[in-house]
Design a protein around this ligand. Structure first.
Ligand SMILES: Nc1nc2c(c(=O)[nH]1)N[C@H]1C(S)=C(S)[C@@H](COP(=O)(O)OP(=O)(O)OC[C@H]3O[C@@H](n4cnc5c(=O)[nH]c(N)nc54)[C@H](O)[C@@H]3O)O[C@H]1N2
Ligand SMILES: Nc1nc2c(c(=O)[nH]1)N[C@H]1C(S)=C(S)[C@@H](COP(=O)(O)OP(=O)(O)OC[C@H]3O[C@@H](n4cnc5c(=O)[nH]c(N)nc54)[C@H](O)[C@@H]3O)O[C@H]1N2
Ligand code: SF4
Ligand SMILES: [Mo]
Length: 765
């Protein structure tokens, strides 16, 4: 096999890139970004924050913590990336000028783009928008608590929360304890829109829903299969591991419909300058499948392993259940069905399977390209099956590894912020609260939107995030939120959700300390199951009236519940919250002593270095994975094309640009994909030709829930039949199709009609 993807494994025929697009991910723009940030007015403050002992705010790779700002979980230096700088810089902005909310009315605020909303600055005073008023006004904390307390005194089924994974474990634990003590299980969370299929799927197979691979174990792999992840942008320090893996002769198999430049070559500042500028090779094999077809890709790999006699039958017999049916599915599924579904050839799949079969330890890592599909959970099963059939679980250097998103999203799950509460935690919480938890199933994020839309929710507390911006069908999300009586947003910075996601009666926006400012210690959990301890800090905002999330939730709980059955007021003390976490959350025992020990730790029971799993029998439970049906609708589905109108129906991937964090846009363009602004659509040149479009032509992109106008076509390295646009803007046109097993929307395969005429309306128009 050749030593990079130019060996012919990118068989799908890349077209030449747009002139000026980089040929290396990371690289010079990264150094430039660091230099600009360091030399800015914020520079000294930025560096002080980077060195603060707390986990990086941005992704769940877990850089920072007690070792100091720049080390990873093994204490290795030079692991901070520019994304971290972007996130910190946004938090170090000055406060929103006091007069701004008096000057700008709602319609003016609603005109703001995501970037403009973020650039207003930091929230520094509590705000309220009252029914019928045109402006947000200042409100005092006493009134905030009185109003929120009253809003929480509703029947528990009509009370809900939504959360985003940037807050601490302590805040997350309090949030769920409060709701559950009040009798509500309505704990919607951003993970419902993210890795829920991984949690559900892995729990079904292994009895544990997180990665089974520690960073240490990851370093022992000699092959990594990276599926549906744009790690160069979203988990940049994972790239250091891939560079090192290639340097020690290992293989990286990338599976992605988009030929992301940073997955071919990546220049990391952690390596010598020559390698930074030229870039190190990443993909040894690059497979470019049809979006949504990963189950077929993995069944194909299984079939190739079977045909090459590389199935580990002894291992399966000893450590798995249901494997015979999975092997039978691989045997019985014809190659034609597999290749027709995924668009890859038998040779490509066999080539990848041979590399997997040859390797001593394979880590299968994935992100949103796997989960954001109507069959997201089945995709996860297909990956887990492949890992099991090839004997790549339950030993160091191998295993399944969902690459988690928000820096503490996994901690939220561990703390019980989920509608799928695990039995052990349920029992422990019932013991703590001295009564059974409500048996009424809770709303996950999509169910919450539907319930709100149906008028079944009175009060919603949002611990961070942007519920409006993160959901498909922005008009539906707006309408649903407008049917809730009171919405309370706790946030560090304003976002579009605070201006579009408005309640019927009162909308409150309450300013909180971020992680590195919080006046007490907090903890967070990385995607590698490593618990980080964050030291107290202070804010640069002068005269600001911020609150810690723990203080807010403990005070609200004290008002509502007093000392029944625990002393809620005492939970103001984060160390006491940690004591309760240590007592109730499985695997979290050491957290009770962490204030004294300062010992960060791996959550117990998650890392499988032996093939004994957390299922009742200790064996992995395998199940077959039906291939998805991936037909796209005809133009008529969208109202049809005019006789002379150019147009094509494509599978739209909605993804992040290189300059954003989720719904928050930091930079307009995406230079690595050659997309100069946000209102662009990345298309394959063959599709342009097929539809009769030219590069840079302006088109209408019509989805099932709406249309985006004046979108510029950018030809690029994406599989024919697929297109890519940026989230959150694209949510305006997406109808929610969800994976029924996990509740997660299919954000990565949205049927759209790309059409030339801009003046035609859709089926509803
Ligand atoms: N800088 C930065 N870092 C972040 C975030 C951020 O917004 N900015 N967000 C955080 C969060 S919450 C998350 S969840 C993660 C997201 O991290 P990613 O999952 O890497 O992010 P996405 O942009 O959604 O891109 C997913 C990748 O999947 C590919 N893909 C799309 N469809 C398919 C498919 O059908 N099959 C396969 N195999 N691949 C497909 C896309 O081409 C893209 O490269 O990043 C986290 N880190
Ligand atoms: N079309 C489409 N939609 C998607 C996706 C996609 O790929 N395509 N991705 C989905 C995914 S993976 C996710 S995770 C969701 C993300 O959805 P969310 O997590 O809801 O959204 P974010 O944009 O991360 O939320 C950012 C806001 O959090 C607040 N914030 C930041 N730090 C803190 C803090 O420390 N405390 C508090 N209280 N607030 C804070 C700030 O006000 C900031 O504006 O979006 C989902 N939606
Ligand atoms: S890789 Fe993730 S955790 Fe590490 S510095 Fe970058 S954004 Fe932060
Ligand atoms: Mo996410």
């Amino acid at each position: 096999m050749g030593d990079d993807a130019a060996d012919g494994s990118r068989l799908s025929g890349p077209s030449p890139a747009e002139p000026g697009t980089p040929t290396v991910g990371g690289g010079w723009p990264v150094i430039d970004g660091w230099a600009k940030a360091s030399l800015s007015l914020q520079g000294p403050l930025l560096w002080r924050t980077l060195l603060h002992k707390s986990a990086c705010l941005s992704c769940a790779w877990g850089t920072g913590g007690q070792n100091g700002g720049f080390s990873d979980e093994l204490g290795e230096p030079l692991q901070r990336c520019l994304k971290s700088v972007e996130a910190i810089s946004a938090e170090l902005q000055a406060a929103v000028p006091e007069r701004l909310f008096g000057q700008r009315n709602l319609s003016q605020l609603q005109e703001l783009s995501s970037l403009e909303a973020d650039r207003l600055g930091r929230l520094s005073q509590p705000l309220i928008l009252r029914q019928g008023r045109s402006h947000y006004e200042r409100i005092g904390w006493d009134d905030v608590f009185e109003l929120t307390e009253a809003a929480f005194r509703v029947p528990p089924e009509r009370l809900a929360s939504y959360s985003s994974g940037r807050s601490s474990n302590e805040a997350a634990y309090l949030l769920q304890l409060l709701l559950r003590a009040l009798g509500s299980n309505n704990l919607a969370d951003c993970s419902d829109l993210c890795h829920a299929p991984s949690t559900v799927g892995l729990n079904e197979v292994f009895g544990s829903g997180t990665s089974m691979v520690s960073l240490e174990s990851f370093k022992q792999a000699d092959c990594v299969v990276l599926v549906g992840s744009n790690a160069p942008a979203n988990h940049p320090r994972l790239m250091n591991e891939l560079i090192q893996l290639r340097q020690r002769g290992g293989t990286v198999i990338v599976i992605n419909p988009v030929l992301e430049v940073g997955l071919l070559k990546f220049g990391s500042p952690a390596f010598p300058i020559r390698s930074l500028l030229k870039g190190s090779s990443i993909a040894s094999i690059f497979l470019q499948p049809v979006p949504g077809s990963d189950t077929a890709v993995f069944v194909g790999i299984q079939k190739a392993l079977l045909e090459a006699n590389q199935i580990r039958r002894d291992f399966l017999a000893a450590h798995a259940e249901g494997w015979e049916a999975v092997l039978e599915q691989a045997r019985a599924t014809p190659w034609e069905a597999i290749t027709a579904c995924c668009g890859l050839s038998r040779e490509e799949l066999a080539h990848a399977a041979a590399a997997i079969g040859r390797a001593k330890g394979v880590v299968f890592a994935w992100a949103m390209g796997i989960t954001h599909h109507a069959n997201g959970t089945t995709n996860v099963h297909a990956i887990a099956n492949t890992a099991l059939l090839s004997g790549n679980v339950g030993k160091p250097g191998a295993g399944t590894m969902p690459i988690r998103g928000h820096s503490n999203v996994q901690g939220f799950g561990s703390m019980g912020v989920t509608v799928k509460l695990r039995t052990e935690l349920r029992q422990a919480l019932e013991e703590l609260l001295g009564r059974p938890l409500s048996p009424v199933p809770g709303y996950d994020t999509r169910a919450l939107i539907e319930a709100a839309d149906a008028g079944a929710v009175d009060t919603l507390l949002c611990l961070g995030g942007n519920l409006w911006g993160a959901n498909p069908d922005s008009a539906e999300a707006k309408r649903a939120l407008s049917r809730i009586d009171t919405v309370v947003y706790l946030a560090t910075k304003p976002n579009q959700g605070h201006f579009h996601g408005l309640a019927a009666r009162n909308t409150l926006v309450l300013p909180v300390f971020n992680r590195f400012e919080t006046p007490h210690r907090t903890t967070t959990e990385s995607g590698n199951n490593f618990v980080r301890l964050n030291e107290p800090g202070s804010t640069h905002l002068k005269g600001a009236d911020l609150i810690s999330e723990v203080a807010f939730l403990a005070e609200l709980a004290r008002r509502l519940l007093g000392t029944d059955p625990i002393d809620w007021g005492r939970l103001q003390d984060a160390a006491y919250v940690r004591e309760l976490i240590g007592r109730t959350v499985p695997g979290y025992g050491p957290i009770a002593q962490i204030d004294a020990s300062r010992q960060e730790f791996s959550v117990e029971g998650r890392l499988f270095n032996e093939p004994t799993f957390a299922t009742p029998s200790g064996r992995a439970r395998m199940e077959i994975t039906p291939l998805p049906a991936l037909e796209l609708p005809k133009p008529e589905h969208f109202g049809g094309l005019a006789p002379d109108e150019a147009g094509v129906v494509l599978a739209l991937i909605t993804a992040r640009s290189y300059g954003q964090h989720n719904t928050v846009v930091y930079k307009q363009g995406d230079q690595y994909r050659g997309m100069p602004h946000r209102n662009t659509i990345l298309m394959n040149r063959a599709d342009l030709a097929r539809a009769g479009f030219r590069a840079h032509q302006r088109v209408t992109v019509q989805g099932e829930a709406g249309a985006l106008e004046n979108v510029e076509i950018i030809p690029g390295e994406i599989r024919s039949g697929a297109a890519l646009m940026f989230y959150p803007e694209a949510n305006a046109i997406i109808r929610a199709v969800i994976d029924s097993r996990s509740g997660t929307p299919a954000f990565k395969r949205v049927p759209v009609l790309v059409r030339a005429h801009q003046d035609r309306l859709g089926p509803d128009g």
